[in-house]
Design a protein around this ligand. Structure first.
Ligand code: BG6
Length: 367
């Protein structure tokens, strides 16, 4: 049942190329220049009228929403707010009929997310669910469903569901941009090419997982570490940090790289591991400055970036891991993979039950 893998989590990490392909398939027009989301009920007129977007979810799905928010804001130029469902539902959210509420849930059964959906619907929003389970409560109650085709996810720590949610957000963002003409057809065509390349790029990273395994064994002896990044890298850092905590029980914090000096730098001491995500070219030099701040205080820094930046980064960091090149917007779908491997191998090195971490349930149907 684990298909030759030692754990469901590792199997599911390796199923990501297929999950990406299945989630993309049928949603890209044959001409490679348009997105087709035929399953959606929302009309082009309703899409034109959207004034703001709320993205609501729990846990890892919330982290996918953080990426989704940046994707939609950049491609469609409408304001997007993300919140965890347990806060959103009690926050008297500012909803009008022109608000699109996107709920994200692997299982489609998370109690707080379902309640948030109902609250949003009652206030007149159009609710679109991104879920992995077609017949789930959330899928049934939403006005629209965009299904991720990741297949069943058994390991408690979510991997392929998260990354497929990213793919769903890319498709949705591109589709909204197409309808509202905020991106040209050439832009969309270029994005489709990059999207279609992702599955093979993930495969190439999975073939080279030894470096991450070795690094995981190294950090497995630590009790605290940091993830830093800016923009989309910060969003992925938050997921990497959660994954590591969930299954290795190593305490970590994800920090917006530029915010470290406003407090957290006090915790950086000799030998503490810092994992720096440095994939966003527009802010690369800024993150390098933050890396220097932690290096000066003795941190042991691992950078994750594109091949072309590795040689330069190695002047400031202790180790570096290269991920394949894609559009800046799509890097989360690649950069999360080494972080998943890191958590998996760190958990293994510490002798934990990888697929069933303590105190966590796969699906939380209580509030
Ligand atoms: C949690 C799971 O309690 O629920 C997390 O342990 C998950 O892994 C979260 O991200 C949300 O679940 P779902 O099914 O709504 O995506």
């Amino acid at each position: 049942e684990k298909g030759g893998f030692d754990h469901f989590m590792l199997k599911e990490i390796h199923e990501q190329p297929k999950a990406y392909r299945d989630t993309i398939r049928g949603r890209v027009h044959d001409n490679g220049r348009q997105i087709d989301l035929k399953e959606l009920n929302i009309t082009p007129v309703q899409i034109q009228n959207i004034r703001n977007v709320h993205i609501v979810a729990c846990g890892t799905a919330y982290h996918a929403g953080l990426v989704g928010a940046k994707v939609i804001e950049q491609l469609v130029r409408i304001p997007v707010a993300s919140d965890v469902a347990s806060e959103y539902r009690y926050s008297s959210p500012l909803i009008t009929p022109d608000t699109l509420v996107i709920v994200v849930s692997q299982s489609g059964e998370t109690a707080d997310t379902l309640a948030a959906l109902r609250e949003a619907k009652a206030k007149g929003a159009h609710v679109l669910a991104i879920t992995n389970v077609v017949g789930s409560s959330i899928a049934r109650d939403a006005d629209d469903v965009l299904v991720t085709l990741a297949g069943p996810e058994i390991a408690v720590a979510s991997t392929k569901a998260y990354s497929s949610q990213l793919i769903a957000f890319y498709l949705l963002g591109m589709y909204l941009a197409q309808v509202r003409a905020t991106q040209t057809e050439d832009d969309i065509a270029q994005m489709i090419m990059a999207l279609n390349a992702l599955p093979e790029q993930v495969e190439s990273m999975l073939e080279n997982s030894d470096a991450m395994k070795a690094y995981a064994e190294q950090i497995s002896h630590h009790e605290h570490l940091f993830f830093i990044g800016r923009g989309l890298d910060y969003a992925v850092a938050q997921e990497g940090s959660l994954k590591l905590k969930e299954i290795s029980y190593i305490h970590s914090e994800a920090y917006a790289a530029g915010e470290l000096k406003h407090g957290t730098l006090a915790l950086i001491e000799e030998g503490i591991p810092v994992i720096a995500l440095v994939t966003q070219e527009a802010v690369l030099e800024k993150t390098v400055s933050n890396i220097k701040e932690v290096k000066a205080r003795g941190a042991d820094v691992m950078a994750i970036s594109h091949e072309e930046h590795i040689a330069g980064l190695l002047k400031s960091v202790d180790q570096a891991f290269a991920i394949p090149k894609t559009l800046p917007l799509f890097t989360p779908a690649l950069s999360v993979v080494p972080l998943q491997l890191l958590s998996y191998y760190a958990s293994l090195a510490r002798g934990n039950d990888v697929d069933k971490p303590r105190n966590l349930a796969k699906s939380v149907t209580v509030e």
